[in-house]
Design a binder for this molecule. Structure first.
Ligand code: G6P
Length: 591
């Protein structure tokens, strides 16, 4: 998730922009850059890594400028790929958030007309298109340019010859801060609050012209008025988008994360080239933590849909197995791409003859350099230590990989693809039940132990649910296949051990009901997670968490989001420090 800041007013633009970018640091970034208009020229700096102390960077004197913190999506993290990007003349500078999906064909078209590109980014095509359309009116040139773009964008553009910024928004946020004789445009409110609390939220399709002391908004070529709102939050609240914790904010971002990940790989058909799997006779997943649970779900999907045998290994244990892997596809799942055990297991898998695929959230991370092939999740940076949105994004990629490996025709998989396409709406349907989930969480918050159970795909759902609970609430939570309860864990059950049961609408449903009755006979409180149309289960359990009905395969998404909320609200009721649980780290770079 990149950050944008643009300024026009009476102050030094570089100082305002750098301080605004620092306010967006919470979003995560790998490089950054600032452009300032100075004596009819664009003056630019770009750097890798953190901004550090803003006083050390002076770009140039000037009262108009744009800046950007980049979280790499197209093209590795590097100074050249950092924004702002310029055209051939160096007179036009652009910063952009989002993904231009037709950038490759636009780039080839522009190159055929003599444009020379210096970066690997999709953004640079925007600068060159504007250059072609520019006839002295920047707004007109940007308007024509966005007519050629497919994908999502929030962009801010500047021309060397005029104190004016032009911004456009489509499916990527932009907010305008309206100060006294100064305007600041940014991708999020914290960047603005040092200067003003009066803001205008742009809408999709809006084009905004910022001049000294004034601004105009256009939609469909016509001038429109948008409401100026006053932000009541502090900067710290604003970073969390008004949510109390990053974890909750990140859970609420899941519908958008699913959209972004699907946008990357699913159009009319699944856009994943799986030639890397040609000739393999088995798959081995290697991963840690939440990514290990995503792998267990991946096993279920690939075995069920594609009929290929799958092993799942803890990366830290794989080191001691070292099986022959000549016809194996080793899939490493790691949101950070930097987990030491996963990296080591990938290197060993390669030595053992496996082909390697990494499913990663961080572009340019070490895992992407080790793997033969990479698929990216589009979760954006995750701040909370407990993984939520990155896990769901991993699942989305796994659905697509499993469907692609299945060899089903497009029409055979159409029903499942349709359900995937509405997954953002289904997750919103889960989030709508948050109040009920909170009420249940508050009842659970006094217990010291919990048991999560499921069958089939419900087992890894239970394992991830239990992991979330123990990570952030410090309640001891175990997960078991429901059929295993009577082989030991039954001894733990009783009125002081609530049981959380995931019921999936498949061949496991009836037998799960039987297991729940057995649990109830041991006097445990039972919370069932099930489809909204399940009228049967409430006869046997104490609480029901309802989620929209889906094919059983997709319950991994809907149930997991519900269990993330359950863990969050339990931890909150216990007064735990949710975003940074004790003893845990977001990225584990030691073995
Ligand atoms: C740490 C994090 C977990 C994460 C695990 C694996 O334990 O706290 O949230 O699931 O590492 O991380 P990875 O980046 O490889 O997915």
């Amino acid at each position: 998730m990149c950050g944008i800041a643009g300024y026009i007013g009476f102050r030094r633009a570089d100082e305002v922009i750098i301080s605004a970018l620092k306010r967006l640091e919470y979003r995560g970034y790998d490089s950054w850059g600032v452009a300032v208009r100075h004596e009819n020229e664009i003056r630019l700096i770009k750097r890798m890594g953190a901004i550090g102390d803003e006083k050390t960077y002076s770009v140039a004197e000037g009262n108009a400028g744009i800046g950007h913190t980049r979280w790499a999506t197209h093209g590795k993290p590097s100074e050249i790929n950092a924004h702002p990007h310029t055209d051939c003349s160096g007179k036009i500078a652009v910063v952009h958030n989002g993904i231009i999906s037709n950038f490759q064909s636009l780039k080839e078209e522009l190159e055929s007309r003599g444009h020379v590109f210096s970066s690997e980014t999709d953004t640079e095509v925007i600068a060159h298109l504007i250059e072609e359309f520019y006839k002295g009116d920047l707004r007109e040139a940007v308007e024509k340019t966005i007519g050629r773009l497919k994908g999502s964008y929030a962009l801010v553009v500047m021309h060397a010859e005029k104190d004016e910024l032009v911004a456009a928004r489509y499916k990527s946020p932009l907010v305008l801060g309206v100060g006294d004789d100064e305007l600041i445009i940014a991708s999020d409110v914290p960047a603005i609050l040092d200067y003003t609390s009066r803001v205008v939220y742009l809408e999709d399709g809006d084009l905004l012209v910022l001049m000294k002391g004034d601004f105009e908004i256009f939609s469909d070529g016509r001038k429109v008025n948008r409401k100026v709102e006053t932000i009541p939050w502090s900067i710290e609240d604003a970073e969390k988008g008004g949510y109390e914790h990053f974890m909750l904010k990140e859970i609420h971002e899941i519908p958008r994360v699913i959209e972004d990940t699907l946008f990357e790989y699913l159009s009319d058909d699944i856009e994943i080239d799986i030639s890397f799997a040609a000739g393999v006779s088995e798959v081995t997943f290697i991963a840690c933590g939440t990514s290990y649970h995503a792998s267990l779900i991946g096993k279920h999907l690939i075995e069920k849909l594609a009929g290929i045998p799958v092993r799942v290994e803890f990366a830290s244990e794989f080191i001691y197995h070292q099986p022959p892997m000549h016809r194996t596809l080793a899939i490493a799942i790691t949101q950070s791409g930097e987990t030491a055990d996963t990296l080591e297991a990938m290197r060993i898998a390669k030595k053992l003859g496996a082909r390697t695929l990494a499913i990663v959230n961080v572009l340019g991370s070490t895992a992407t350099r080790i793997a033969d092939h990479v698929l990216y999740t589009r979760a954006g940076p995750e701040i909370s230590v407990a993984a939520t949105k990155s896990f769901i994004a991993q699942l989305i990629v796994l659905y697509l990989v499993a469907l692609k490996l299945s060899g089903m025709t497009k029409s055979e998989m159409e029903g499942l693809l349709d359900e995937l396409r509405i997954m953002p709406e289904l997750v919103k349907g889960v989030l709508e039940h948050e109040d009920e989930i909170r009420a249940i969480a508050e009842k659970l918050s006094d217990y010291g132990n919990m048991m999560y159970i499921g069958r089939g795909i419900g087992v890894p759902i239970a394992m991830e649910g239990a992991l979330k609970m123990k990570e952030i609430s410090y309640i001891h939570a175990e997960a078991y296949p429901a059929g295993e309860l009577k082989h030991g864990p039954f001894a733990l059950l009783g009125e002081r051990t609530p049981v959380i049961a995931s019921l999936t609408p498949d061949e496991t449903y009836e037998i799960m009901l039987g297991n729940i009755k057995e649990v109830k006979a041991r006097e445990s409180i039972v919370v069932a997670v099930t489809g909204h149309d399940d009228a049967e289960v409430e006869k046997y359990v104490d609480h029901v968490i309802r989620v929209p009905r889906t094919d059983a395969l997709f319950t991994a998404v809907t149930h997991s989001v519900a269990l993330q909320l359950l863990a969050y609200h339990t931890a909150k009721a216990r007064g735990c420090e949710i975003d940074k649980p004790r003893n845990l780290a977001k990225s584990v770079t030691v073995e």
